[in-house]
Write a protein that binds this ligand. Structure first.
Ligand code: URA
Length: 231
């Protein structure tokens, strides 16, 4: 593993900040100055400013995100973030993004390769949203949402859409563009009033209150891994 990835995995700093530590001559591997292309192997001793660092285990967390919390690691405006809310000892980061006012299922992990695969359009990871919209969408609106609507970055792919109540819809997407659900609802004349993600990549929030989080089980991690290995 590259030295910057090792430092990031160890919770020392992000990969980019780790590069700066390495360039600043603050990192040693087995006593020798670390370089940007240094590779760390099992058993190597890595030190930052003379203090040994060790690898954190991989962590996978499912959060039932409340509204008012931003999906970033740090917020320049000082708002609470999903990372500060969870307060996990591992350096976990959110997989994808939910808007500040969106609630529901959000995965956080320090497993960078899995996170990248989950976000890659190629795997079409399933996301299920429940939306309260303005007005009462007709059957033809539901059909338009399901068939695909024209957005400014192109048409949306076919989606699963069903009515949960007169002003409530469930939309199942396999793509994840910015503000996609809100933009789809807006495009058919029924702006979203409330948006909740009830399921992400097969993970639901059963038994979890808003703001609550839990570690994934081994079986859940294996399932995520398997779902992102298919081509
Ligand atoms: N689509 C949106 O518009 N917002 C979200 O937070 C998630 C999906």
């Amino acid at each position: 593993m590259r030295l910057n990835a090792y430092l990031a995995r160890s919770g020392v700093a992000s990969r980019r900040a780790s590069d700066e530590l390495i360039k600043g001559g603050r990192v040693r591997v087995n006593g020798a100055l670390g370089e940007l292309n240094t590779v760390v192997a099992d058993g190597d001793v890595v030190e930052v400013d003379g203090h040994a660092v060790s690898q954190q285990g991989l962590a996978y967390v499912l959060l039932n995100k409340p509204a008012g919390v931003v999906t970033t690691v740090r917020d320049p405006q000082g708002r609470p973030t999903v990372v500060s809310l969870v307060g996990h000892e591992a350096r976990i980061v959110p997989v994808g993004r939910l808007d500040v006012d969106t609630t529901g299922a959000l995965l956080l992990t320090n497993d960078g390769p899995l996170a990248n695969r989950l976000m890659h359009p190629r795997y079409g990871v399933e996301k299920v949203y429940e939306i309260e919209v303005e007005g009462r969408p007709t059957d033809s609106v539901v059909r338009r949402l399901a068939d695909g609507v024209e957005l400014d970055d192109g048409p949306t792919a076919p989606a699963g859409v069903r009515r949960l109540g007169p002003s409530w819809l469930e939309i199942i997407l396999h793509e994840g563009r910015n503000h996609q659900v809100k933009r789809m609802c807006e495009a058919v004349g029924h702006p979203a009033k409330r948006l909740h993600r009830s399921r992400y990549a097969g993970l639901d929030l059963r038994g979890m209150r808003r703001g609550e989080w839990r570690e994934l089980t081994r079986a859940e991690v294996v399932a995520l891994d398997a779902a992102t290995r298919k081509t």
